[in-house]
Design a protein around this ligand. Structure first.
Ligand code: SRM
Ligand code: SF4
Length: 579
C-alpha cells in the first residue's frame, strides 16, 4: 500500500463515531457524573480515557458477583501524565495524600514515568481530578487517542544534553496536548462553552486513530526504550552540546496471541533534524498518523502498521513533503546504553538517589512501609522527584548528609537498597494485570516477586546473579512492561497462569525477543528456562550477556526488529534441553 492508495477506507469503528460525536470529548460524562448510576456507558467510557480515567471492576470478585446476580464492583483507574517524570516535593505529597483520600491507599509508578491511582469511586472522581489539577498536574491525555506522556531520561545530571532533553519533553507535551475545554468544564467546574471546530486545531473532531507514544533518549542512555515508541528522538551529542535528533518511527509492542497480522516492532531511523525542529518533526509524524492511520480496525491502528505497510522510504517521502524544515539522512548510531539511575550519585552542585520500587507499587504492608518512608523523606528533605521508565523514583537536589538519612529510613522501612539487590530483581518490571486490568489473562505484578526469587536462586546456583539481566512480566500480550525488548519475558497466555516465555532482547532496548516456550504453567517457568541458562553459563565467551550469547548461538547476524503474534516456540512448553 502507498500513501495515495488509502482513500477508500472501510467503515470506521464505534470508537471513531464516539469521538466524532463527542463535541470534543464532552459526550455525556457530565450528566452521568451527576446521575446516580454506578458506571459509564460504552461511548463515555472511551471518552473518559482521554481525561486519563479508565473504568474498571474488581476482577477478584467479578465471578462471584455475577453468580449472585450483582453488577461488577466498579471503580476507576486515574493516570497522571508527567512529562519526563518530573515532580516537585509538594506535588508528590498531594499525590500521596490522594492515594488514601480517594484511591486504594497505593500509588503506581508506571513504565512511562506516570502515576496511577486505582480504586477511585465515581462519586470521588471530580474531587480527585480537581485536587490533581490544583497541584498543577493533569490527567488530560494520559490515556486516549492522543500523544501520551512524553518520556525522557530523568537523571538530574548537570550537563547540557540532559537539561535539553528534559526541557524538550515538557515542550513537546505542551505542543501536542488536547486543547478542548471539556476537561475544565467537567472536572474543574468552568463554564460550559460551545464546542467549535477551532477548539482542536491539530487533533480535529476524531483525534488520532489510536494512542501515540513519544520518548526522547540520549545517544549515551536509552533508559526510555525509545525504539518501542510510535515516534522517538535520540539526542545526538558532540561534547556538551546536542547537535540534533535522530527521528525514529514505527515502534510499538502490542500484539495478539496467534494473530500473525499483529506484531511488536522496533522503530526505524527516519532521519536527522536540527534541535529547533524536534517538535515539528514529532508533529509531522503525528499529522501523517492522523490523516492516514487505520480508523476501521483498532487492532491495526497503531503507527507501526502504517510504517510497515508503506515502507520507510514512502513514509519518508510523505514526511519530507509535509515538513518545512530539513530532514537529513539518519546518523550512524553507536551501541546504545542503559542506566537505571538507582542508588547514590554525585553531581557538581547536588546529589541524587534512585530508590528501587518493585513493579512501581508504592505501598505499606506488613514489615514494609515504603509509602510512609517516601512521604517522610519528601516532607523532611523536600527533594525534587523524578520517576523513571523502569517504575522507580529518583530523589534529587540532596546533600550528602540527606543521602545517609534516606538510606537509614528506607532500611528501617524494610526496603532493599539498590546496592543490595541482585540484578534480576533490580531490572525487573511487571504490569498491574489482575485484579484491576480488564484485559489481563493471567497474574503479573502480584506473582512477579516470587518468580524473581526463584530465578535469583537459579542464577545464584549458576554463579551469574550479578550479571545485568532484564526480566519482565505481563498479564497479556499487550506489552505494558515492554516484555518484548527484555532479556527474559513472561507473557500471560491462558487463564490458570500459563505464560509464553520469550528471550533474547537486552538492556539497550534495540532488539526484540524470540518466543522460547509457549503455554508454560507458572510453577514450571524457571524449570523451562534452566537448560538455556545452563547452556549460556557453559558456553559463553568472557562475560557475554545472556542475550548476546543467545543471539550468537542462534546465529543472528542482524538483530530482529519484529515479532508477530504467531511465532513458533523454540522448545516445548515443558522443561526441555534447549541445545
Ligand atoms: Fe498499557 C492498555 C497499563 C504502558 C501497551 N495498559 C492498558 C490498560 C489501560 C488496560 C486497558 O486498556 O483496559 C492498562 C491499565 C491496567 C491497570 O489496571 O492499571 C495498561 N500500560 C499500563 C501501565 C500502567 C503498565 C505499567 O506497569 O506501568 C503503563 C502506563 C504508562 C503510562 O503512564 O502512560 C502502560 N502499555 C504500556 C506500554 C509501554 C510503553 O508505552 O512504553 C505498552 C507497549 C508499547 C506500545 O504501546 O506499543 C502498552 N497498553 C498497551 C496496549 C497495546 C496497544 C497496542 O498497540 O496493541 C493496551 C491495549 C489497548 O490499547 O487496547 C494497553
Ligand atoms: Fe493489562 Fe495486558 Fe497491559 Fe498487563 S500488559 S496491564 S494485563 S493490558
Amino acid at each position: 500500500m502507498s500513501a495515495s492508495d488509502d482513500q477508500n477506507q472501510p467503515k470506521q469503528t464505534k470508537v471513531e463515531t464516539a469521538k466524532r460525536d463527542s463535541q470534543h470529548l464532552r459526550g455525556s460524562i457530565d450528566q452521568t457524573l451527576q446521575s446516580g448510576v454506578s458506571h459509564f456507558d460504552h461511548d463515555d467510557g472511551q471518552l473518559l480515557k482521554f481525561h486519563g480515567i479508565y473504568q474498571q471492576d474488581d476482577r477478584d470478585v467479578r465471578k462471584d458477583r455475577r453468580k449472585e446476580g450483582e453488577e461488577p464492583d466498579y471503580s476507576f483507574m486515574v493516570r497522571i501524565a508527567i512529562p519526563g517524570g518530573a515532580l516537585t516535593a509538594e506535588q508528590y505529597l498531594v499525590i500521596d495524600e490522594l492515594a488514601d483520600k480517594y484511591a486504594n491507599g497505593t500509588l503506581r509508578i508506571t513504565t512511562r514515568q506516570g502515576i496511577q491511582f486505582h480504586g477511585v469511586h465515581k462519586e470521588n472522581l471530580r474531587a480527585h481530578i480537581a485536587a490533581i489539577s490544583n497541584a498543577l498536574m493533569t490527567t488530560l491525555g494520559a490515556c486516549g487517542d492522543v500523544q501520551r506522556n512524553v518520556m525522557t531520561c530523568p537523571a538530574p545530571i548537570e550537563d547540557e544534553p540532559h537539561r535539553a532533553v528534559q526541557k524538550l519533553a515538557t515542550d513537546l507535551a505542551a505542543a501536542l496536548r488536547p486543547r478542548t475545554n471539556a476537561y475544565h468544564e467537567i472536572w474543574l467546574g468552568e463554564d460550559k462553552v460551545v464546542s467549535t471546530k477551532e477548539e482542536e486545531d491539530f487533533y480535529g473532531d476524531q483525534y488520532l486513530p489510536r494512542k501515540f507514544k513519544t520518548a526522547i533518549a540520549l545517544d549515551s542512555d536509552n533508559c526510555v526504550d525509545v525504539h518501542a515508541c510510535d515516534v522517538g528522538l535520540i539526542a545526538i551529542t558532540e561534547g556538551d552540546a546536542v547537535v540534533g535528533y535522530q527521528v525514529i518511527v514505527g515502534g510499538g509492542l502490542g500484539l495478539t496471541h496467534e494473530k500473525a497480522s499483529t506484531f511488536a516492532r522496533l522503530g526505524d531511523s527516519l532521519g536527522f533534524v536540527q534541535p529547533e525542529h524536534a517538535i515539528d518533526a514529532v508533529r509531522t509524524v503525528a499529522m501523517i498518523f492522523r490523516d492516514h492511520g487505520n480508523r476501521s480496525d483498532r487492532k491495526h491502528a497503531r503507527l507501526k502498521y502504517l510504517v510497515e505497510a508503506w515502507g520507510l522510504d514512502e513514509f519518508r517521502r510523505v514526511f519530507v513533503e509535509l515538513a518545512n524544515f530539513e530532514l537529513a539522512p539518519p546518523r550512524e548510531l553507536g551501541q546504545l546504553f542503559f542506566h537505571d539511575h538507582l542508588g547514590h550519585h554525585q553531581e557538581p552542585t547536588a546529589d541524587y538517589y534512585g530508590v528501587f520500587v518493585e513493579n512501581g507499587r508504592v505501598l505499606d504492608r506488613e514489615n514494609f512501609s515504603l509509602r510512609t518512608a517516601l512521604r517522610e523523606i519528601v516532607q523532611d528533605h523536600r527533594p525534587l522527584i523524578r520517576l523513571t521508565a523502569q517504575q522507580n523514583i529518583i530523589l534529587t537536589n540532596l546533600d550528602s548528609a540527606a543521602v545517609d538519612d534516606i538510606e537509614a529510613r528506607l532500611q528501617a522501612a524494610g526496603v532493599t537498597l539498590p546496592r543490595d539487590l541482585l540484578a534480576a530483581r533490580r531490572y525487573s518490571m511487571a504490569c498491574p494485570a489482575l485484579p484491576t486490568c480488564g484485559l489481563a489473562i493471567t497474574e503479573s505484578e502480584r506473582v512477579m516477586p516470587d518468580v524473581i526469587t526463584e530465578l535469583e536462586n537459579e542464577l545464584q546456583r549458576l554463579g551469574v546473579s550479578d550479571d545485568p539481566l532484564t526480566v519482565r512480566m505481563t498479564g497479556c500480550p499487550n506489552g505494558c512492561s515492554r516484555p518484548y525488548t527484555a532479556d527474559i519475558a513472561f507473557v500471560g497466555r491462558k487463564p490458570g497462569e500459563k505464560y509464553n516465555i520469550y528471550v533474547g532482547g537486552g538492556l539497550a532496548g534495540d532488539r526484540v525477543v524470540d518466543l522460547y516456550a509457549a503455554d508454560v504453567p507458572m510453577p514450571q517457568m524457571i524449570d523451562s528456562l534452566r537448560p538455556l541458562l545452563q547452556q549460556w553459563v557453559d558456553q559463553r565467551e568472557a562475560d557475554e550477556s545472556f542475550s548476546n550469547y543467545y543471539r550468537r548461538w542462534r546465529g543472528d547476524v542482524e538483530p530482529r526488529r519484529i515479532i508477530t503474534g504467531a511465532e513458533t516456540p523454540l522448545v516445548n512448553g515443558e522443561a526441555s534441553d534447549a541445545s
